[in-house]
Each structure stands twice: as structure tokens, then as C-alpha cells.
Design a protein around this ligand. Structure first.
Ligand code: NAP
Length: 318
């Protein structure tokens, strides 16, 4: 086990989570074809490193990721805090729509429990609800009842926009907020983290590597590699992709000392914010997982944080 995995408290849940977690979206084939042996290698490497927080969703491969985790974690349940999500319809005529109606959430929560082969989900997250859903409240009552019934331990929300995050803090019922936060998407640190920190709402930082751009391994030529079902085929193209890559180049100064790769520095950057409890990079295989795990030990120097803040303030050079 990596000697220096660190742990933080996930807001008011009181859960002690490893600062580095594992996101399993990649395991369901959303970023190109996957081999089960590689996903299982990543999960095993995570546990070896002392990672105890694994994030999934019923939407990842329409249940595939949950089923895979259920099998991989048999006999290891006690080592892991399992976070899943519901609300995105992945099968049937409403595929692609969102549904946070109480009956629907109750049903898909039961299905998640079955696929994960567990009695209780540690953290159940609403998967990208609108401000209106967050404020309306009916779905929170379902979650509270599920908590009382022992089906879930805690509940929170995964959000896309700053307004959704602010609404969740104001509403006060979510125990956690999951949001994209990385060197190229720092708005949550300005708009959500201070409020969430004050309200003791745990922050889960997702997409810390900007889906690979912040690993420093990509070039514009990679555009050709993202095809078909790979979600990156939609956004990693043309001028917008080239601009993001140029920004990543400007951040290469972060690779020094214990940060051997830009990806490690990018993950450590997320942890430099005190509101963040856990960062959940997706790891395709054991090698990526081990490289990401090292970030637990990296502290970004104050001077580097100031340089990052300056780049962010002026929108980078490009
Ligand atoms: N709405 C939501 O709730 C939502 C949305 C998005 C994500 N999430 C959660 O956040 C997690 C993380 O987000 P993400 O997977 O989209 O983005 P990410 O963590 O920023 O990027 C993952 C990608 O980075 C590359 N990578 C990871 N470690 C690497 C390493 N050590 N060296 C080289 N490349 C490496 C891999 O790319 P290659 O595939 O090219 O190897 C991997 O697919 C997801 O798994 C999911 O749990 C939630």
C-alpha cells in the first residue's frame, strides 16, 4: 500500500475518504473500448493504494459499471465507500432524458443496490438535477426515506452549473456536491466552495484531468482517435480542443519535484483547496491508477498556486 495515502472528512457525512478516489465512467466504455481486465486492474490497484472512495452511476454503461463493481468488490465491501447516482434514463423510450420523479428514483435505487450486490449504498447522488428539481424537494423526501430504511447512508448531488451548486447549498439537504473542478475549470472555487465549506457540505472534485487534456499526453492529432461512442468525439475537436491543449502546455511548469507528470500536479491542484475532500480521476488501468495515487503526497507550492491563479485570472495567454 502507498504509505502516504491521505484521508479527509467528507463534510457533514463524517465519512473519512481517501483524498484520491476512483471514477469508473471510463470503465463503461464512454472513452473508447475497454477491457474488463484493465478496469479490474484499476480497481484492484486503487484498493492496494489505500483508495477507499469509488464513484459510479447507473448511467455508466446503463448499469455495466455498477455490475462490474459489484463483482470486483465481493468480499471487500468493508474497504470501500461506494458512491453511485441516479436520475439519467439510459434504457427504453426515454433514453437520454432525466427523471427525478420519486417513483423513478426509488426504483432505480433498488436496481443499483442489486447490481452492486450490497445492502446499503454509502452515498447516493442525484445525477445532474436542475435548479428546479433541487428546490422542489419531492426527491429529497425519497432520499430521506431511503436513508431511514437503510438503503443509503448519505445523499448528495452531482451538478453541472454553478447555479445548481448554489441552489444545493441554499437548499441545505444535500450532504455532498460533486462538480467538475480542475486547472481549466476553476469557477467552483469562486462560486460554490466557500458556501459549501461554510455549510459543511462535502466536495467531490470530478474530471480533474479534463478527460486527459491535463495529463499532458495529448496533441491535436488525438482528435482523430476520438470517434464513435467516445464522449470526447463531441468536444475534443477543432480550435476549442487546440486552445485547451495550449493552456495545458502553459501549465507544464507545475511538473517539478514530486510532481513527475502534469496529471499528478493537476490532481494535487484540486486537493490544494481546503473545501475539496476527494478527487476522483478516472483511471483506465492499474498503471494510470498508481500514477494518480502519487498525487496524494504532492503539495503544490504557494508560488505555483499564485502563478496558476494569475493564468486563470487572465484566461491564460490564448
Ligand atoms: N455528471 C457527473 O456526475 C459526472 C460527469 C463526468 C464525470 N463524473 C465522474 O468523474 C470521474 C472522472 O471524470 P472523467 O473520467 O470524465 O475525467 P478525468 O478523470 O479528468 O479523465 C479521465 C481520463 O484521463 C486519462 N488518464 C487518467 N489517469 C491517467 C494517467 N495516469 N496517465 C494518463 N492518462 C490518464 C484517461 O484517458 P484515456 O482514456 O485517454 O487513457 C482517462 O480516461 C468519472 O469517472 C465519474 O465517476 C461524473
Amino acid at each position: 500500500m502507498l504509505a502516504l495515502m491521505k484521508y479527509r472528512t467528507l463534510g457533514k457525512t463524517g465519512l473519512r475518504v481517501s483524498t484520491i478516489g476512483l471514477g469508473t465512467m471510463v470503465h463503461a466504455g464512454h472513452f473508447g473500448p475497454m477491457k474488463d481486465s484493465e478496469s479490474l486492474g484499476a480497481i484492484e490497484a486503487a484498493l492496494d493504494l489505500g483508495v477507499n472512495f469509488i464513484d459510479t452511476s447507473d448511467a455508466y454503461g446503463a448499469g455495466y459499471s455498477e455490475t462490474q463493481l459489484g463483482q470486483a468488490l465481493k468480499g471487500k465491501r468493508d474497504q470501500v465507500i461506494i458512491a453511485t447516482k441516479g436520475g439519467n434514463v439510459m434504457v427504453g423510450p426515454n433514453r437520454g432524458k432525466r427523471n427525478f420523479e420519486p417513483d423513478y428514483i426509488s426504483r432505480v435505487m433498488d436496481e443499483s443496490l442489486q447490481r452492486l450486490q450490497i445492502e446499503t449504498i454509502d452515498l447516493y447522488q442525484l445525477h445532474n438535477p436542475t435548479v428546479e428539481v433541487i428546490e422542489r424537494g419531492a426527491v429529497w423526501e425519497v432520499l430521506e426515506r431511503a436513508k431511514q430504511a437503510g438503503k443509503i447512508r448519505h445523499y448528495g448531488v452531482s451538478i453541472n452549473s454553478m447555479d445548481e451548486g448554489i441552489a444545493a447549498v441554499k437548499d441545505g439537504r444535500a450532504e455532498t456536491i460533486q462538480v467538475e473542478y480542475n486547472l481549466l475549470a476553476q469557477e467552483p472555487a469562486e462560486k460554490i466552495f466557500p458556501l459549501a465549506h461554510q455549510a459543511n457540505i462535502g466536495i467531490i472534485a470530478r474530471v480533474p484531468l479534463r478527460r486527459g487534456i491535463l495529463t499532458g499526453k495529448m496533441t491535436v492529432a488525438d482528435e482523430l482517435r476520438f470517434t464513435g461512442e467516445d464522449l470526447r468525439a463531441r468536444s475534443f475537436k477543432g480550435e476549442a480542443f487546440a486552445k485547451e491543449l495550449a493552456k495545458a502546455e502553459e501549465l507544464r511548469f507545475l511538473v517539478h519535484g514530486p510532481a513527475k507528470t502534469l496529471g499528478q500536479a493537476a490532481i494535487a491542484f484540486c486537493l490544494a483547496h481546503p473545501a475539496v475532500s476527494v478527487v476522483i480521476p478516472g483511471a483506465r488501468n492499474a498503471e494510470q491508477m498508481r500514477e494518480n495515487g502519487v498525487a496524494a503526497e504532492i503539495e503544490i507550492a504557494t508560488a505555483d498556486l499564485a502563478r496558476i491563479a494569475e493564468l486563470w485570472r487572465r484566461g491564460f495567454a490564448n
